[in-house]
Design a protein around this ligand. Sequence first.
Ligand code: 3PG
Length: 211
Amino acid sequence: MNLNAIVAKLDQLRVLPILVADDVQRAIRCVEILAENGLDAVEITLRTPNALRVLAEVVKACPHVCVGAGTLLSAEQIRAVQDVGAGFGISPGITATLARAAADSTLPYFPGVGGASDLMLALEHGFNVVKLFPSDVVGSVKMAKALGGPFPDVRFCLTGGVTQESMPQLLQQSNVLCVGGSWMCTAGLIEAQDWATISALALAASNGARR
Ligand code: 3PG
């Protein structure tokens, strides 16, 4: 999928599950359950020792799911996740080095921003769909609304502390493309292999995000 197709997919789902997982089989099971419940795009964070392998195996095992890589902090990671077939990449923030590496790659990429200066750096490198992080700390709805003034063509994915309860209000803001979060597939739920709860939370998220 190219960037436009991924943005269209996020626009349709309006909620992106974020996984912190270290076990390949559990991650695959979790991603399958999320997809069965309508969430067929996910972000796998590079936050565990085994995360790159988890990402690679989920990409292979779940070709029907758009599998992205999150927590990209370096140019090397951008190359590494692209090499294992990630569909897109996301960072919690932005640096000039990272933005250049992403712009030079073919990986569909969403940098993270926490305010106007970050956003200006993102725009300098051609990125106008960004992650606004951490959503619950930067007051994301107010922030997205305020940034919509000087930057009317930017769309935001709000993540960090989003919940099933906070999601509807966040999605009402017109320049919010989607929200992302781990609440339907927390590391604890995956570790406990609590597939029934993940299934129920994923369905609730998918239904709750629907227009
Ligand atoms: C992220 O990477 O965006 C966040 O860590 C996800 O935040 P959450 O775990 O609070 O949903």
